[in-house]
Design a protein around this ligand. Structure first.
Ligand code: HEC
Ligand code: HEC
Ligand code: HEC
Ligand code: HEC
Ligand code: HEC
Ligand code: HEC
Ligand code: HEC
Ligand code: HEC
Ligand code: HEC
Ligand code: HEC
Length: 315
């Protein structure tokens, strides 16, 4: 039939054009990849498929998919896989999330955000982790269930963060520290690793607002406020840990004398022999400003006072 001849010619023409393209560009133009279904992937990736079966994604995507994307299971994240199945060594034919595979980080993130935009990740774009080119897979490993929840790379949130933040890991090992190593709190009680509207990925509008969420009694209001407390708790406390008592940035009385000249209000001879603890050994009284709780032997309401006569924080 005459139309069959045309069809034939059309096919030959298409083949010739393809060949021409191959010769002119020096490489075959891959056909648009299509979805092949998870059975095909599982055929070659037996172990990955088995481990993946324990994750929340597997449960949701297989048992109760909400849309077409979720129905693709493996390919929901890795993208349509026909080209990869045909040529597994072509790294451009599939989206992967490992460093070795080399898919650009933006592309990886885009895949996850196609379902996880907004919510906790509202501030992901422009956040310090995003601008330092972290991928979601730097903290998450959706291929296995390593953590009780959150599909994290390590067994716990703290371990996940500390795999990069060694300095902070050390801070939490100091004598006085927030009970993070004890498992009573984690990094994400204070930080949102996905980004926040505040500096340092804090979960609150300021350092003080953050501290008040747990130490509400320090919020006040106080009749007599101590200025540095209102300004920033970290004027006196190290946020993660310190080798001084109560996470203090410095030992008392030095903590106080950073701002308060010993000459003002108290005898200017503060640091002579009579002001020391050793004074007791030579028959005098031990200096009250250096023993025990130091300045706080008298100025005990250091965070603020509500006593009518509490202007000097003694009551
Ligand atoms: C014919 C067997 C075969 C099929 C089918 C197949 N793969 Fe692969 N896949 C491989 C091989 C082999 C490699 C390793 C290639 C390499 O390292 O160069 C690989 C690599 C990968 C990687 C990259 C691993 C890394 O190191 O980052 C991912 C992800 C992947 N496959 C996912 C899939 C998905 C999803 C499917 C289904 C759409 C699929 N594969 C189908 C054989 C297959
Ligand atoms: C929710 C998204 C998601 C789904 C669904 C998913 N993967 Fe992955 N896959 C990832 C991420 C992220 C990594 C990188 C993990 C890492 O950091 O090692 C990965 C890594 C891999 C690797 C590289 C080897 C490894 O474990 O690191 C293979 C192979 C792979 N996936 C195959 C599959 C197959 C097969 C399926 C379906 C049974 C599947 N993936 C489903 C996100 C997904
Ligand atoms: C096709 C949509 C889709 C894609 C793509 C996707 N997810 Fe999910 N993810 C879900 C659904 C659905 C859940 C189930 C919980 C829910 O409804 O929020 C989930 C849950 C999660 C959870 C919570 C697990 C838990 O145990 O609480 C994490 C973490 C997560 N995804 C990370 C990722 C990462 C990282 C990627 C990219 C590698 C990714 N997801 C890609 C749809 C998706
Ligand atoms: C710096 C580490 C880190 C990075 C990078 C990261 N996450 Fe997370 N993510 C976490 C931690 C930790 C949790 C658990 C939070 C908790 O339980 O308090 C979490 C929880 C989640 C959850 C479950 C809770 C929820 O919000 O619904 C989803 C979904 C999720 N991440 C998706 C993503 C996606 C998508 C990306 C990439 C754009 C990403 N994450 C990048 C550390 C990270
Ligand atoms: C893959 C490595 C990596 C992991 C894992 C990681 N971070 Fe980061 N983080 C970085 C890098 C890189 C920076 C930016 C450089 C810097 O300040 O050290 C950063 C910066 C930060 C900052 C400082 C923000 C600023 O404005 O200076 C905080 C807070 C932070 N990360 C918290 C976390 C928390 C919480 C986790 C765990 C949920 C985590 N990070 C996991 C790499 C990582
Ligand atoms: C009790 C709340 C709290 C906890 C828990 C916490 N942080 Fe912080 N973190 C802070 C505050 C407050 C800052 C300083 C903010 C400022 O000064 O602007 C900070 C600052 C940081 C910074 C910026 C550099 C620095 O040290 O100033 C990094 C990185 C960081 N934290 C990582 C972590 C990691 C990792 C964990 C868990 C191992 C963690 N944080 C747990 C409150 C906390
Ligand atoms: C998520 C809740 C939470 C947040 C937010 C928080 N803390 Fe704590 N803080 C605790 C817990 C729990 C303890 C341990 C109490 C205990 O062991 O009795 C603690 C202990 C302390 C201690 C006393 C340590 C000791 O040796 O007795 C100081 C000081 C302190 N926090 C200051 C701060 C400061 C400053 C901030 C803000 C940067 C802050 N906290 C934010 C929960 C929190
Ligand atoms: C001027 C320095 C200074 C500032 C600023 C400061 N603190 Fe303190 N804080 C101290 C000292 C000193 C102690 C030890 C008290 C003691 O030994 O009686 C202490 C103890 C604590 C304790 C443990 C004992 C207690 O009283 O509950 C907590 C919790 C605490 N501070 C939270 C905060 C919070 C939250 C802020 C910010 C709103 C803050 N501090 C700001 C000096 C300060
Ligand atoms: C970061 C600086 C800073 C630190 C550290 C600090 N203070 Fe203050 N303190 C101030 C400022 C500012 C005022 C308000 C002075 C004013 O109103 O003239 C103040 C006020 C006071 C007052 C009331 C005095 C007055 O003139 O009204 C006393 C008492 C006091 N501080 C004791 C202490 C003690 C005790 C410590 C150590 C635990 C301490 N301060 C640590 C800055 C600091
Ligand atoms: C033995 C008790 C005691 C000790 C210890 C003590 N103070 Fe005082 N301090 C007082 C009294 C009492 C006043 C108030 C005098 C008044 O109301 O006029 C005062 C007043 C102050 C004032 C206000 C100054 C002014 O002009 O009125 C400051 C600031 C102050 N002390 C800081 C300190 C610091 C810093 C230390 C530790 C080095 C310290 N105090 C240790 C009893 C003490």
């Amino acid at each position: 039939m005459i139309w069959e001849r045309f069809l034939c010619k059309g096919a030959v023409l298409a083949a010739l054009t393809a060949l021409l393209l191959v010769f002119s560009t020096g490489q075959a133009v891959a056909a648009e990849a299509t979805y092949v279904g998870e059975q095909a992937c599982a055929g070659c990736h037996v172990t990955e498929n088995k481990n993946f079966g324990h994750t929340l994604h597997a449960k949701v995507f297989r048992q109760n998919p909400k849309n077409e994307a979720e129905k693709q299971v493996c390919e929901a994240c890795h993208g349509p896989g026909s080209n990869h199945a045909a040529n597994p060594t072509d790294k451009s034919a599939l989206i992967s999330f490992t460093k070795e595979w080399g898919t650009p980080v933006e592309k990886q993130t885009e895949q996850c955000l196609s379902c996880h935009k907004g919510g906790q990740r509202l501030h992901w774009p422009g956040s310090i982790h995003a601008t330092n080119k972290l991928s979601c897979s730097d903290c998450h490993n959706p291929m296995s269930r390593f953590s009780a929840n959150g599909l994290l790379k390590k067994a716990s949130i703290t371990e996940t963060c500390q795999s990069c933040h060694k300095q902070q890991e050390a801070e939490f090992k100091r004598r006085s520290h927030m009970p993070v190593p004890e498992g009573k709190m984690t990094c994400t009680d204070c930080h949102n690793p996905h980004g926040s509207a505040t500096q340092r990925l804090l979960k609150a509008d300021s350092v003080n607002q953050l501290c008040y969420t747990c130490h509400a009694e320090k919020r006040g209001p106080f009749l007599w406020e101590h200025a540095p407390v209102r300004e920033k708790c970290t004027n006196c406390h190290a946020q993660h840990g310190s080798n001084h008592d109560k996470l203090l940035v410095s030992a008392r009385p030095y903590l106080c004398s950073q701002c308060h000249s010993p000459a003002v209000g108290h005898p200017g001879t503060f640091y002579n022999a009579s002001g020391t603890a050793a004074n007791a050994q030579i028959g005098g009284a031990a200096g009250q400003r250096v023993i025990g709780r130091s300045c706080q032997n008298c100025h005990s309401m250091i965070h603020g006072s509500n006593h009518p006569a509490g202007a000097r924080f003694q009551r």
